[in-house]
Design a binder for this molecule. Structure first.
Ligand code: MN
Length: 255
C-alpha cells in the first residue's frame, strides 16, 4: 500500500505574522500537513492586491508568539505569496491559506482585503487557495468556530480540488460554528464618513470612518448568512470580466 505524502501548506495573512489569527490558522493547517508561514512583518489590512515595486523586499526568519518558525516579509500579502512562489519555497505548496483575518471579508470587503488578495494571488499562480476571516474585529475573539470552518473547507479542497481561477473565501462569526453555507458576495458598499480634523500645524487631515451598507438581501448572500449567525464559503474569481455584458455587447460595432 503506498503511503500518501503529507501536503505542504503555506499560510499567510494581512494582519502580520504575530497576529492571533494566523497562529490559529497555522494550528489548523498542522493537522493536515507540513506548514510554512510566510507573512507580512506588520499590519497590512485593506491593502487589497497591491504589490511592492519601488523598494527591495526582505524576508527574515522570525518566531511567532507561540514559537512556530515563520518568515516575515516587509511587503504586502500579495508580495508574500509571489516571493514564496519564486524564491522562498524549494518545494511547491499543495495548498495556500490566508487568515484568520481579524474582521469580516464578506460583501465589498473582499475587494479591499489583503487577506483575500494573498489567497487570490496564490490562485493566479496556480495553487488551490482559501481565505478565512472572523467577522469579529476583536484580537481576543474566540476563533474556534472559524478554525472549524477552516478545517471543513481544507478537507473539501484537499479531497476535491478547485476549478482553475477559483478561490474560496470563508467568513465565520466568533464563537462556536452554527452552520457553514455556500454563498455569493452580497452587493454592498461603504458610505464614507471622513472625520475632518486639524493638525498641530493648522493643516486639515481626514480619517475614514465609513459605514457598511448592504444593497441587497437574500438567503444565499454572504453578509445575510453571517448576520443569521452562520459561517459562509463564497467561491470568488480574479477574472473581472463582466461576462454577461460582454456576450450581450460583443456584436455592437465600436468603430
Ligand atoms: Mn486584516
Amino acid at each position: 500500500m503506498s503511503e500518501k505524502k503529507r501536503p505542504l501548506i503555506l499560510v499567510c495573512n494581512d494582519d502580520g505574522f504575530y497576529s492571533p489569527g494566523i497562529q490559529a490558522l497555522a494550528e489548523v493547517a498542522m493537522k493536515y500537513g507540513d506548514v510554512r508561514v510566510i507573512a507580512p512583518d506588520r499590519q497590512q489590512s485593506a491593502v487589497g492586491h497591491s504589490i511592492t515595486i519601488s523598494k527591495p523586499l526582505r524576508a527574515n526568519k522570525v518566531k511567532m508568539p507561540s514559537g512556530i518558525d515563520a518568515t516575515a516579509v516587509n511587503g504586502t500579502p500579495a508580495d508574500c505569496i509571489k516571493l514564496a512562489h519564486d524564491k522562498l519555497m524549494d518545494v511547491r505548496p499543495d495548498l495556500v491559506l490566508s487568515g484568520i483575518n481579524h474582521g469580516s471579508n464578506a460583501g465589498i470587503n473582499i475587494i479591499y482585503s489583503g487577506t483575500v488578495s494573498a489567497a487570490t494571488e496564490a490562485t493566479i499562480l496556480g495553487y488551490p487557495a482559501i481565505a478565512v476571516s472572523c467577522t469579529d474585529f476583536d484580537e481576543d475573539a474566540d476563533l474556534s468556530g472559524c478554525q472549524e470552518a477552516a478545517s471543513k473547507v481544507i478537507e473539501f479542497v484537499l479531497k476535491k480540488g478547485l476549478p482553475k481561477g477559483v478561490t474560496l473565501n470563508v467568513n465565520a462569526p466568533a464563537g462556536p460554528l452554527n452552520g457553514l453555507v455556500w454563498t455569493k458576495q452580497a452587493d454592498s458598499r461603504y458610505v464614507e464618513e471622513y472625520d475632518g480634523r486639524v493638525d498641530p500645524f493648522n493643516k486639515p487631515y481626514y480619517w475614514m470612518t465609513g459605514k457598511f451598507e448592504l444593497l441587497e438581501n437574500g438567503n444565499d448572500l454572504d453578509v445575510s448568512v453571517i448576520e443569521a449567525g452562520k459561517g459562509t464559503v463564497t467561491p470568488i474569481q480574479y477574472d473581472l470580466t463582466a461576462h454577461g455584458f460582454f456576450h450581450e455587447i460583443k456584436r455592437e460595432p465600436l468603430l
